[in-house]
Design a protein around this ligand. Sequence first.
Ligand code: URA
Length: 429
Amino acid sequence: MRTAVELIAAKRDGMRLEDVEIRWLIAEFAEDRLPAYQMAALAMAIYYNGLDDRETRTWTDAMLRSGRVLDLSALGSGRVDKHSTGGVGDKISLPLAPAAAACGVIVPMVAGRGLGHTGGTIDKLEAIPGYRASLDVETFTRIVAEHGFCIMGQTEDIAPADKRLYALRDVTATVESIPLITASIMGKKLAEGIEGLVLDVKVGPGAFMKTRERARELAERMVAVGREMDKRVVAFLTRMDAPLGRMVGNACEVQESLDVLGGGGPPDVVELVEVLGGAMVELARGVSFDEGRARIRAALADGSALARFRGAIAAQGGDLDALPQPTGETVVTAPRAGHVNMIDGHEVGLTAMSLGAGRRTRDDVIDPVVGIRIDAAVGSRVAAGAPLATILHGHAGPPPAAAIERLRAAFGLGDTRSLETPLILERIG
Ligand code: URA
């Protein structure tokens, strides 16, 4: 077999790597026998020259097999999860998992924490007093069996090679490689012991993928890899030109999720839960997408999704009746009259992070109470001095003036109303 240097040179020169070579490289890296500088050079070569479908599949499989692969077959068939590439205000997993469970989908969900401008599902759930995200696999499996779903944090033994490689990509400017993102996401998700996966690939200024073309390329790659590995996979490209829903933060996003589970909540969150949930029911139960969507809508309306959520959260120690409340509020007003044509999710996310709702570095501690409520949605018209957003104060008290100004500037006000793009842009697979 070729040496590590020969393999890096081959990829640098645009050539293919063999299955056995990819497996060897990843195993050596995971065991600390391949130095980080060689893996960094290889990641950069892949960034420029890519991986073909076969290489991407093998790379994904090697990531997946670098750690524990859950065997949840004892739970029965219909095990389907959802993954989102991440956005601001993206609390979808909270209402979606119990709604899908109420429709007979088995949802073993392993979720992540937030970093930078985007939040993480586990950070939001940890705003619930008593909630435990770290579970052993036996407890996780028992909760899924009893409640139809469970959301737990990433464990050390699921796809450990990805953890190492992602940390390296993060500091070597090689995160934005479509085959490496594909292998990273699919390697982790397929280790969950699922049979199907619904992907939400966000597009826009607040998202990881800024253009529709890049988002489509990523979605197509992930769907192809999943299918090659005998999984049912569907992807949706969805708009991210404003935060999702009205709330950005942690406790406030749990509250907004409870509103959706109670049959209310903002229309964009409800639509996304219905569409992604409809596809989960379709994959798990073999019904049409329209039938799946109708079942999700019914589960939100009749309280069965809410009952599932309450049950699983209580099983993880969480007390939803004790959600922490803000200590005060600061209203951010419009500098002039106009139509709200866009809300820069990236800026809203960074403002929330600077106030304590997110992490600048992996070691930062989150203040669960801090949040931002969007008062003027995209498409609305505001008068000068009318509320655009409200900052919910955390333990540090009222926000600094710079945060207020930054949030104000995130709102794009125009004299005319710009055309709105649909929330769901396209379906792949
Ligand atoms: N999210 C992941 O899990 N991995 C990537 O490579 C990028 C985003």
